[in-house]
Design a protein around this ligand. Structure first.
Ligand code: ADP
Ligand code: MG
Length: 400
């Protein structure tokens, strides 16, 4: 990981010595989802927050229709022209920014070429969505440089499309949405069907602590498990829609309706549906609990979400369960759960700021003692989304 925080003046100076000329600077954050996992592809609800780890993009114009992109993180430069953009010709990492360039061009933006230097604080592949951060940072940088104004939801949709089509990853809209729309001190209560959202204030003094189990399923196997879950949800919808009206997705079914139709479903499909439907309810309850500063209820909802993901959806693993157990044993903790797709990856805990350092060192030591693995622990707060950073003042131009 590159040092955190990145100093935009240092980035600008590095850009100048690499490319010549003083750049404009943009940044876009990674994210954590506080509750609502495996609900997005069921047209449901999620509650993510942007975290104070950003992907930075320094950029300047070229006029030869060429894009030269350097990543500090992978220490590689690629050169591309819009006319012959074939994904197979480019290293995997560069498909994220190149896919965005292609989508912007397809949507009618005239981009004459650019030098771009990417430098990210978001650890790659850790579940904090470094992929959305690099996409959204690239999009904001190009739009800003070429004087286009596109609203953040459209930017998010373009970036999602880039990841789906040019990278080939089947991701939902949450990551790009919160990276564009993130608000300091707030999570976003997002309806993944309508893309309507409400800002939810995180109580003052609360840290979002993300613990990386450092466990990942071997390549390919988590994809097939993920696709199996999606297929089980689709089967649930098919069967439920035979007897319930207006059911397009599990989002349209209540728990009472599910219970009534239980004997139409296999036990596995029933439990998958129960997770999704109950999780959707918990997202709404969590938003209200945070707004009324009812941290006792927040903790209960996070625990119920974890149990549901573990027992009904079966996407946890021993290391995630252990990390949650260790987290809940600490002083100053209000709640903890696995977050993201599962089968490894991260947990999120809500912790009083004064206890955060102690939480970090104790959880890390206990996890190491039990598993032999050193976890990475990120102490985050809900932060603002993508925007331009003025290098002179080092302050973001985007109002908080
Ligand atoms: P996550 O989004 O959880 O970090 P992904 O697998 O979706 O994990 O995306 C990680 C990939 O995104 C990396 O392997 C790399 O290809 C690309 N990426 C993200 N940030 C950067 C960066 N700063 N420089 C180059 N590639 C990056
Ligand atoms: Mg990603």
């Amino acid at each position: 990981m590159i040092s955190h925080p990145i100093d935009p003046k240092v980035l600008a100076a590095q850009f100048e010595s690499r490319f010549g000329g003083w750049p404009q600077i943009y940044r876009a954050p990674g994210r954590v989802n506080l509750i609502g996992d495996h609900t997005d592809y069921n047209d449901g609800f999620v509650l993510p927050a942007a975290i104070g780890f950003y992907c930075w993009a320094a950029i300047s114009r070229r006029s030869d229709n060429t894009f030269v992109i350097f990543s500090e993180n992978v220490q590689e430069t690629i050169t591309a022209q819009l006319e012959n953009l074939s994904r197979d010709a480019f290293a995997k990492w560069s498909r994220y920014p190149l896919g965005v360039i292609q989508q912007l061009a397809n949507s009618g933006c005239r981009l004459d070429g650019a030098n771009i230097c990417i430098s990210s604080e978001v650890p790659m592949g850790a579940g904090l969505s470094s992929s959305a951060a690099i996409e959204v940072a690239t999009a904001y940088a190009l739009l800003g440089l070429f004087d286009y104004e596109i609203e953040p939801t459209r930017v998010a949709l373009l970036c999602q499309k880039a990841e789906n089509e040019f990278v080939g990853a089947r991701c939902g809209i949450m990551d790009q949405f919160v990276s564009s729309h993130g608000q300091a001190r707030h999570a976003l209560f997002l309806d993944c069907r309508s893309l309507e959202y409400r800002k939810i204030r995180i109580p003052d003094g609360m840290r979002l602590i993300i613990c990386n189990t450092m466990v990942q399923r071997e390549l390919g196997s988590s994809d097939s498990l993920y696709n199996a879950r999606r297929a089980e949800c689709e089967e649930g919808v098919r069967r439920l829609a035979e007897v319930l009206s207006d059911v397009r997705a599990l989002r349209d079914v209540t728990l009472a309706e599910l219970e009534k139709c239980r004997d139409r479903l296999s036990d596995v499909v029933y439990r998958r549906c129960r997770h999704v439907i109950s999780e959707n309810e918990r997202v709404g309850q969590m938003a209200s609990a945070l707004e009324s500063n009812n941290m006792g209820l927040v903790g209960k909802l996070m625990a119920a979400s974890h149990r549901s993901l573990r027992d009904d959806y079966e996407v946890s693993c021993p290391e995630l369960d252990l990390m949650v157990r260790l987290a809940t044993q600490q002083e100053g903790v209000h709640g903890a759960r696995m977050t993201g797709a599962g089968f490894g990856g991260c947990t999120v805990s809500m912790v009083d700021a004064e206890f955060a350092p102690q939480f970090q060192s104790r959880v890390a030591a206990a996890y190491l003692a039990e598993t032999g693995r050193t976890p990475e622990i990120y102490n985050c707060e809900a932060s603002e989304g993508a925007g331009r950073v003025s290098v002179e003042s080092q302050a973001s131009d985007k109002p908080a």
